[in-house]
Design a protein. Sequence first.
Length: 302
Amino acid sequence: VEENKIKKDYQQLKEKLCYVVWEWKDNDGSWVSYDDEMSTDIDQLQVGHSIQYRSDYNKQKYKITRLSDDKAEQINTTSSARREVRKTEKQRGIEYPKWWDKSLIDEEGKQSGNYATPYRIRLNLKTSPGKDVVNNFNKTCGHRQVLMVEGLQNQMLYDKWWNAREIMKKSIGANNLNERDVFHGTGNIDVMGVVATQGFRKEYTTTAVYGEGTYLARDARYSAEANGGYCGQDSNGVYQMFQCKVMMGESHHGRQQYDLKSWPTKQNGLIYDSLVNNPSNPEIFVIHENDRAYPMFIIYFQ
């Protein structure tokens, strides 16, 4: 009886400290996590049963079959390409990107030097996540040339973003985060450095066609070329833009008259999480809360 109680207590503690994540194996050998909702759906499958889903990223359809307690298989229903899928457990708490330089974080979990120091890490364009950023950029800007992609490691900004994400989960539910990879150009190289250190500052946005706030674009082409382009360039003619990780949450159709003090509100009295140019097919997003956007990557292009 005592042994069973110990096992039960251990399992309860483990559930508090860890959670289940399902991952698929990429071509370069790295493992990529499914989102929380998909991981839950796979974990609830019985062995031998399958589930189908459509990726929001590449619009492909997949069939995932549970093979055992900790293994599954993903099949592209169009190309029949197969990938390994595995079950793993992760510790609860802030999860920093796998490509971060962990040597910059001390034993207490704090980034060495200044907590807000923005370290720039040059990424390989032939492997994830570098190649994923390039592919996303090329969807609408394939006529441009990406010269380099840097990952931004700023622990202070990331901690703020992660905490904002956890708050949104409790407020609107994990399935409604509407988390997206979007683009932002500053028009000035020096401002890129300010954002990398301080994060976004909604009060400095000069464009307010869909309401005041921080503007982000679904397509790289918009940041690079719309209205003459929003990206700054250096003395060598190289442009820069951010690819950001942003929680859009619940959106409302934006209007020019919405200033920071008069954003539309939901039925519960809270303001909408984002404003968009077109609710049925949004291309432009405006956010009010700065911490909900993290400038994850810097793209250098011509």
